[in-house]
Unconditional design. Sequence first.
Length: 313
Amino acid sequence: MGAWEYDSTTISRLFKRKEEMKMEGSIMSYTNRGHYGNSDYRGNCSGKLIRDLIQQFHGKKTPVKFVEVFAGGGTGKDVATELGIHNSIHLDLASGWNALMDDIPSGADFIFSHPPYWDIIKYEFVRNQYHVDDLSNVMSYEEFICKLDKVNEKIYHSLMNGGRHAFLVGDVRKKGQYFSIIKDMTWFGDLEAHIIKEQHNTLSGRKSYNGSFIPIQHEHLLVFKKNDIWNVAIKFTKDFTRNMKELKNPTWRDLVQAAIEGSGGIANTDTIYDCLKTSEKAKDNQHLRAKIRQVLNIHSNFKKEEKGWILNL
């Protein structure tokens, strides 16, 4: 054989070795979902992902207890069978387990959860049955996040010390607004890994878009670890709005630019002064008018015209 020629047996061994390797980095992509679960069940992830996570964190051993929440089309159960995990539990509303109301029936050292991405896929039509506690029901985003937090806290508390919760979820764009579920939800446990998973065979991926629209082609996999029996690590994001004039960090150029923009794209010095005289930054400046004139004259992106100053971009 030449230097780059292999017989069929060698090639088979190489692919088998690749399949058995642990995760190699923080970006994952599975173009072939494999034989796991029901491929017709919308929203299923590849069982290769669950398999690789278990092998990454447990090696040749199996978890003491593997629990799958939002088990959907049976993907995790097929992975457990393949890996010889005989004590796994797979929970889903379709099988009668209510994530909001029912307890997780056992402690675990590895839990995988793949919740609905808000109401992107309405699972009442997948199950042919409506349920009031379905997280994919039509509800406000705020209510969805509140319910998801309740489930994630329940998952964390059920972990044994040293256990991990692997959480897979995607971002959502709706009516021109972008929603980042991982940013808006509460984090329970210490974040051990943040992995980007490429999405394949999405509805948006089959369309062509014009303009500035960027289709979502990724998901987030967060791995949380429980490092203390009693003390719970909690993190959440607080969204709030502040007026730019209330802040100290914008530069004078930033403020003058905003004052001109806020005046319809043209403003004289008096108009800019009236706009900025109550700003936080003006409190420490005894010569505000002189400062404004200085900023207008030293920055080339301000241009003087007959009726006032404009932006020269």
